[in-house]
Design a binder for this molecule. Structure first.
Ligand code: ADP
Ligand code: MG
Length: 365
């Protein structure tokens, strides 16, 4: 598939010391749903605004459908932006709000009503066409803002934290609605969020940003299963980190000495003996062993805390040196109360070598 957006070494320096975006290169395919993910201040909005033409880069090139648009104002780009606060006009009806963008494009009057009906039907709100924004709920207003953005049929829709003003339940519902809308309209979506769950649920591809740069990008499951750094492993999902040194290296099964014992791992590439590394594993990939049960990797310790979270239990196990690792387990219906871990009791944590990440250096995220 052809790239609809191509960013080449895009930078935005707000001042010599404030670097919003630092030499980002990124290609987005036609029809793709790409999410820019990262903590507050990592440059997501700056990058999105530059794609939309609301901010000028200090260096680099932006191409839209093979055309250099780096210095074009927003209205000259076939790109539209949905803002977090919706920015609907309160004195206009829903229909007038959606029609607004078409009027500025000089679309024939006879066609406007049809386009407005189509866009509102897509978001399931055509019955609200004569109401005013204040009469609608937050979720409905967000859908109107989406209808207004897609009615002009832009090549690319930019969405900056589009669901952040909604409460948790509605946000979850809107995540799926927005994903389905993307599938229906076939427009390229580039969304910004700091919510990793949202990014995983909605996107074809997630671009994780760190201090103005791309830390890693990939399909949600690839990022989750193969994070390239502790930063990514920590930002997407939860990871237990343990610093160590490689006792037996190689490109197959390696052994890493950590303070509390030895961990065997299957790293993605070759790792020489003596290397200083950090191993990591997901709480849900670890388990507590029953008495007498064996495993390839065992960390011995004591139960420090048991956290109930509805779907299951998260158990914190202290493995010496004050280090804690978390182990998640779903609560099976038949789990006897006597089997629930007790704080202070001895515990053995097991994790399979193929579920252990190996990162260069001893730097915890
Ligand atoms: P994000 O959307 O990931 O939270 P932003 O793109 O808003 O991050 O900001 C990236 C960096 O650029 C931050 O350090 C922020 O303070 C700075 N920044 C953003 N906008 C401006 C601006 N208009 N003037 C100066 N600095 C800015
Ligand atoms: Mg932002």
């Amino acid at each position: 598939m052809a790239a609809i957006i191509e960013l080449e070494n895009i930078s935005k320096h707000y001042s010599p010391t404030i670097i919003g975006v630092d030499k980002v290169s990124l290609a987005v395919e036609d029809g793709e749903f790409v999410t820019l993910l990262g903590p507050s201040g990592c440059g997501k909005s700056t990058l999105l605004r530059m794609i939309g033409g609301f901010e000028e880069p200090t260096a680099g090139t932006i191409r839209l459908a093979d055309k250099d648009v780096t210095w074009d104002p927003p209205y000259k780009r076939e790109v539209n932006m949905v803002f977090q606060d919706y920015a609907l006009f309160p004195h206009m009806t829903v229909g007038q709000n959606v029609a607004y963008g078409l009027k500025t494009m000089k679309v024939a009057k006879s066609e406007i009503a049809d386009h407005v009906r189509d866009a509102l039907t897509l978001v399931g709100l055509y019955d609200k066409v004569d109401q005013r924004p204040q009469q609608l709920s937050g979720g409905q207003r967000q859908r109107i803002a989406l209808a207004r953005a897609i009615v002009r049929k832009p090549k690319v829709l930019l969405l900056d934290e589009p669901l952040s003003a909604l409460d948790a339940k509605l946000r979850e519902q809107m995540q799926l609605e927005l994903k389905h809308l993307h599938e229906k309209v076939g427009i390229t979506f580039i969304m910004v969020t700091h919510d990793q769950g949202e990014a995983l649920v909605m996107s074809d591809r997630v671009v994780v940003m760190e201090k103005g740069r791309i830390a890693q990008q990939g399909k949600p499951q690839d990022l989750y299963d193969h994070p390239a750094s502790p930063y990514v492993a920590n930002f997407i999902g939860t990871t237990n980190f343990l610093p160590g040194q490689i006792a037996a290296g190689g490109d197959d099964l390696i052994r890493v000495e950590i303070g509390a014992g030895t961990i065997s791992a299957l790293p993605d590439g070759a790792r020489p003996a003596g290397g200083v590394v950090t191993v990591g594993f997901r709480p849900e990939k670890a388990r507590l062993l029953a008495d007498g049960e064996g495993a390839q990797n065992i960390l011995e310790g004591r139960i420090a805390e048991v956290i109930y979270y509805g779907l299951g239990l998260r158990v914190a196990v202290e493995i010496g040196n004050g280090e804690r690792v978390f182990v998640d387990s779903l609560l099976p219906d038949r789990l006897a109360l006597s089997a629930v871990p007790v704080v202070g009791a001895p515990a053995r944590v097991a994790v399979e070598p193929h579920n252990v990440f190996v990162f260069e250096g001893s730097v915890a995220p």
